[in-house]
Ligand binder design. Structure first.
Ligand SMILES: [Zn+2]
Length: 258
């Protein structure tokens, strides 16, 4: 990267609009994939009264605000998850633009962030990481890198195999303390990030997940046997590694390896 990053107002507006549209679609993914419903139809309806939601009541964030979070027909509360995912996705997309610039690296970055948002909210709500997201995600990661030259394809394949293999060993050693969903999510991170940044992602996920587990146990909120979903920690680790991983690696080697 040469010189300080200067954002273009037009690109910023375009990415904001794109983030809102993708976030809106991710809401459909989060609501429907765990129920094995089609993403492409029928159109979204209110779960309370079944009324199909009109386009003007389905505008990201604005409609939620205009309707004050309630269905126009039956006044049932609309989940806060909808505007949250739209705002969150848009924020992540803008952050990726700020970190990576308007470059070919932005394409796999936005793809990965969108997949991670979907996985995180599904895992938090259902404690599953759907194969229909992660398995195509592994292939998409390698292909996106191949198309954009972001991460050399061999590093992407090694990343997927390394992360998948590490989780496989953990699953065998822990006797099921970690799920196959985490293994496939790890492999997906590897395919997008390459093996170097994947190691950063896994390290961050373990530190964050371990810290949270200790905190939850100490607060007495859960017993030692209750599973804590690891997917969201992997997703956060992956997003941080994607956006700041190179800097973290440079800093680490400057401090510890000089
Ligand atoms: Zn309704």
């Amino acid at each position: 990267m040469s010189g300080p990053f200067v954002s273009s107002p037009l690109v910023t507006i375009a990415i904001t609009a794109f983030g809102l549209v993708v976030g809106s679609f991710l809401n459909v993914v989060v609501a429907r994939v765990p129920e094995h419903r089609s993403l492409w139809g029928p159109r979204s309806a209110c779960p309370g009264c079944g009324t199909t939601i009109a386009w003007h009541d389905n505008i990201p964030i604005l409609s939620f605000a205009a309707l004050r979070g309630r269905c126009r027909t039956c006044s049932m509360k609309i989940s806060w998850r909808y505007p949250l995912i739209e705002a969150f996705t848009t924020g992540l997309f803008l952050l990726a633009y700020a970190m990576l610039g308007f470059s070919s690296a932005l394409v796999p970055a936005l793809l990965l962030l969108a997949l991670l948002v979907a996985v995180t909210f599904i895992d938090l709500e259902h404690q599953i990481i759907p194969d229909v997201i992660t398995l195509p995600g592994i292939v998409t990661g390698v292909l996106a890198n191949l198309a954009t030259g972001g991460v050399p394809w061999l590093e992407a394949v090694i990343g997927a195999a390394l992360a998948g293999g590490l989780f496989f060993v953990i699953i065998i050693a822990s006797g099921g303390g970690m799920g196959g969903g985490d293994m496939k999510l790890g492999a997906m991170l590897g395919a997008f990030l390459g093996w170097q940044l994947t190691l950063v992602a896994l390290f961050l996920a373990v530190v964050a997940g371990g810290g949270a587990a200790v905190g939850i146990l100490a607060a007495g909120r859960k017993g030692r046997k209750d599973p804590i979903p690891f997917g969201p920690f992997l997703a956060v680790g992956g997003a941080v590694a994607l956006l700041w991983g190179r800097r973290l690696l440079t800093w680490y080697f400057d401090v510890f390896a000089s």
